[in-house]
Design a binder for this molecule. Sequence first.
Ligand code: DX5
Ligand code: ZN
Length: 215
Amino acid sequence: MRLISPSVLSADFGRLNEEVDIINRSEADFLHVDVMDGVFVPNISFGFPVMKALKARSQKPLDVHLMIVSPEKYVERFCDAGAWSVGFHLEAVDDPMPALQLIRNKGVRTCLTVNPDIDIHRLDPYLGEVDMVLIMSVFAGFGGQSFIPETLGRVRYIRSEIDRRGLDTLIEVDGGINTKNAKDVFDAGADVLVAGSAVFQASDPLKAVQMMKHG
Ligand code: DX5
Ligand code: ZN
């Protein structure tokens, strides 16, 4: 699959509705919602009020990426706020299963995420437990960073594991993705590409989405 999830983190928050409308008009498949708590990552983005505004305006499903400690305390509220999927970092918890169960109980799709320095094999036991895995291609915390090329090998490994086991778990990749490298990331086996600055800072965001999806 070749799906695109523009990250609203790179949008102009002073004109959020207009920015969401651009994504509504685009060929994007999701809107990616980056929630940062200033503890798990050294940055703070936004929380429920902004999530609510996005839900009210977006015609695309909301793909929520929680970069927070204790995700089990908040996942249900993001489900109730209208998330299509809720993901959190494996390295933020001792055991991901309780928070995954809370999300599943709400009928929302589950996602587990790992930063670039986390042993990719730590995802192995959960590939059959989640709807999607999110492989970070930059260190979570900020938009506008450069894609870490070693990510491609990690994506290929997870693709081979998912295929070998006959699973339908989606692979999402997030960070530093642009119109130039999107094809390589899809070719490595990704299903969903997150792109923030490459969409919202583009002179023609609709074209940027189109190029990543079909290029
Ligand atoms: C980083 C976020 C990403 C980020 C992507 O912590 O999870 O979703 O917004 O932005 P770009 O595409 O600019 O790297
Ligand atoms: Zn993200």
